[in-house]
Design a protein around this ligand. Structure first.
Ligand SMILES: [Zn+2]
Length: 130
């Protein structure tokens, strides 16, 4: 997957309060790609909904022992999901769920029940994507 522009990278990290969404570490932070990178290269630059702030260790663990948790918490989005903005994400440092808004690097806090309903709408009641 292509790298985000510096503006998107900076905006995502600021949006997430300069803290890793998983462990809350305040740096150094990476741009966590929520969608798996495609084979053959994708020329599309990632947008604000494609990224989260994560420390390098958690970013790596999302592909390993934290993969299931990453899917449940919206830190990773399955390849079949076309619009990652439809998947809310959990931020451990604030213990809150957020939806990524359409414009700019902003997020909106949502109740856990809304987050569950949004995930059901995307993944279906059997969670077949996960
Ligand atoms: Zn972390």
């Amino acid at each position: 997957m292509a790298d985000p522009t510096p503006k998107v990278r900076r905006g995502v990290i600021e949006r997430d309060g300069e803290a890793c969404v998983s462990c809350g570490a305040q740096g150094p932070l990476t741009f966590q790609h929520r969608r798996a990178s495609g084979m053959g290269g994708n020329p599309t630059r990632p947008g604000f909904a494609d990224g989260l702030a994560a420390c390098a260790i958690c970013n790596m663990r999302f592909e390993g022992d934290l993969q299931t948790l990453a899917l449940l918490n919206g830190w990773k989005v399955p390849r079949g999901v076309k619009d990652p903005a439809r998947v809310p994400y959990y931020h451990a440092a604030t213990d809150r769920w957020y939806v990524i808004t359409d414009e700019g690097p902003w997020r909106a806090e949502i109740p856990r029940e809304v987050a569950v309903a949004m995930k059901l709408a995307v993944y279906g009641p059997d969670g077949s994507y996960i």
